[in-house]
Design a protein around this ligand. Structure first.
Ligand code: PMP
Length: 458
């Protein structure tokens, strides 16, 4: 039990002095005290299993000892910008990071947030191709800056002011909620319950969605474009997965139009999908630019754009500067995170524990009508809640909220996503264990059972 802290005072200051645009989770938001690996502790001394990892930022574990020690050491030495001088940390980090990426992705530009990284990726795509138009998926979140807001396509984040010129959105190839379902066409241990008309080796849903992509290319943009940006698995929208070959075909169509392909790995990078270190590898493609944030720093504010020598040089025609990007502190954190992923075997853990969790959650989907879809790969998991599996109508907000609050009260924190906030997002620190999964699934089961009992009593 920790020293008590005046909760009401904190709440009051929050209401009076902090931007109301920053909305909080839960009826009674948590007042956190500390974190350790996959656990968070509040001021009342309650422990929570963190299945949302500080919005997918905590990759290796809250306050991972290796990252903490490395950061503390560097804090005592030097942490100001070294963009205009040299410090070994940035060279060493750039070498380490790029060694994990395939050719020709070998040049790094470090920034401080995912929005900044995607801003820069858009800028480079335009400078390099000398084209302007960029395509993104509906339902995507790529940032909140005026530049990236054009790519972000979720109504909740849209403001009625001019932003993001030259951005077009295209239909999301969502095989659960979209018009064409695919019961065996996504790269996940769990497939949708929706029937599809795919025949051996031919994915009908994929072909239909590719037709929609071509339609966007033919109707919304000029003959030549600057690029296309997509996450390998859509994050904020609730771990939406596309048919297996969609990205590969889309990349080819984009390149035929002179565009470059950007993979937003802000959520899917650093081993989270389990089978591969980078999400794009699960689609068997090599992008021209990848953007990294969140898990790159295990919660420390840092991000990166990695691209080819040629594309990087488009930005060198003039000066482009970022004061904090690539500080020694950030580079030391980033390097320690990469070491921890390797030394703790976290990619493999994502695969093993993630697959186990997906299969356990699929049992709940089969038992409860309101669990419409369980999907994802590794520890990038979505559980979509519906009124019933046939209609796939989103479960009303009050009902989802109750299940979600119940889970929190029983000690499990889960994220929310999707257009109607109907999907539970499960993206824990990658150090989570099977025992934790058993606990989380049991809690979720109890919350669902209570929900069904309440619904039956109505
Ligand atoms: N891309 C993706 C996929 C994201 O999920 C986010 C943040 N939710 C961003 C970009 C923007 O990152 P940041 O909040 O660090 O600007």
């Amino acid at each position: 039990k920790y020293k008590s802290y005046p909760y009401e005072r904190m709440q009051k200051i929050r209401e009076q002095s902090i931007s109301p645009s920053l909305r909080m989770y839960y009826k009674k938001p948590l007042l956190l005290h500390q974190g350790h690996m996959q656990w968070l502790f509040d001021y009342e001394g309650r422990r929570y299993l963190d299945l949302f990892a500080g919005i997918v930022t905590v990759s290796v574990g809250h306050c991972h000892p290796k990252v903490t020690v490395a950061t503390q050491k560097q804090l005592a030495r030097l942490w100001h910008t070294t963009n205009i001088y040299m410090h070994p940390s940035i060279q060493e980090y750039a070498e380490k990071l790029t060694s994990l990426l395939p050719d020709p992705l070998k040049v790094v530009y470090l920034t401080n947030s995912g929005s900044e990284a995607n801003d820069l990726a858009m800028f480079m795509a335009r400078l390099y191709t000398r084209n302007f138009d960029i395509i993104s998926f509906r339902g995507a979140y790529h940032g909140g800056s005026p530049y990236t807001l054009g790519l972000t396509s979720i109504g909740l984040y849209k403001h009625g002011v001019a932003n993001g010129f030259g951005c077009s959105t295209t239909m999301l190839p969502d095989v659960f909620r979209g018009p064409w379902g695919g019961s065996h066409c996504r790269d996940s241990p769990v497939q949708t319950v929706r029937k599809c008309s795919c025949s051996e080796g031919v994915c009908h849903a994929n072909d239909q969605y590719i037709e929609q992509f071509k339609d966007t290319l033919n109707t919304s943009v000029p003959k030549t474009i600057a690029g296309f940006i997509a996450e390998p698995i859509q994050g904020v929208n609730g771990a939406v997965q596309y048919p297996r070959s969609f990205l590969k075909e889309a990349y080819q169509l984009v390149r035929e139009r002179g565009g470059i392909c950007i993979s937003d790995e802000v959520q899917t990078g650093f081993g989270r999908t389990g089978s591969h270190f980078w999400g794009f590898q699960t689609h068997d493609v090599v992008p021209d630019i990848v953007t990294l944030a969140k898990g790159i720093g295990n919660g420390f504010p840092m991000a990166a754009v990695v691209t080819t020598k040629e594309i990087a040089s488009s930005l060198a025609q003039n000066l482009h500067f970022n004061t904090f990007g690539g500080s020694p502190l950030a580079c030391v954190v980033g390097a320690a995170v990469l070491d921890a992923i390797e030394e703790d075997g976290l990619q493999k853990n994502s695969e093993d524990v993630g697959t186990y969790m997906l299969l356990e959650l699929a049992k709940l989907r089969d038992k409860f009508e309101v669990v419409g879809d369980v999907r994802g790969k590794g520890l990038m998991i979505g559980v979509e809640m519906v009124t019933d599996k046939d209609s796939r109508h989103p479960l009303p907000a009050e009902e989802i909220n109750q299940i979600w609050e119940d889970c929190k009260d029983m000690g499990v924190l889960i994220g929310r996503g999707g257009l109607y906030s109907q999907t539970f997002r499960i993206k824990p620190p990658m150090c989570i264990t099977k025992k934790d999964v058993d606990f989380a699934v049991e809690v979720f089961h109890t919350a669902l059972q209570r929900h069904m009992e309440k619904a039956a009593a109505k």
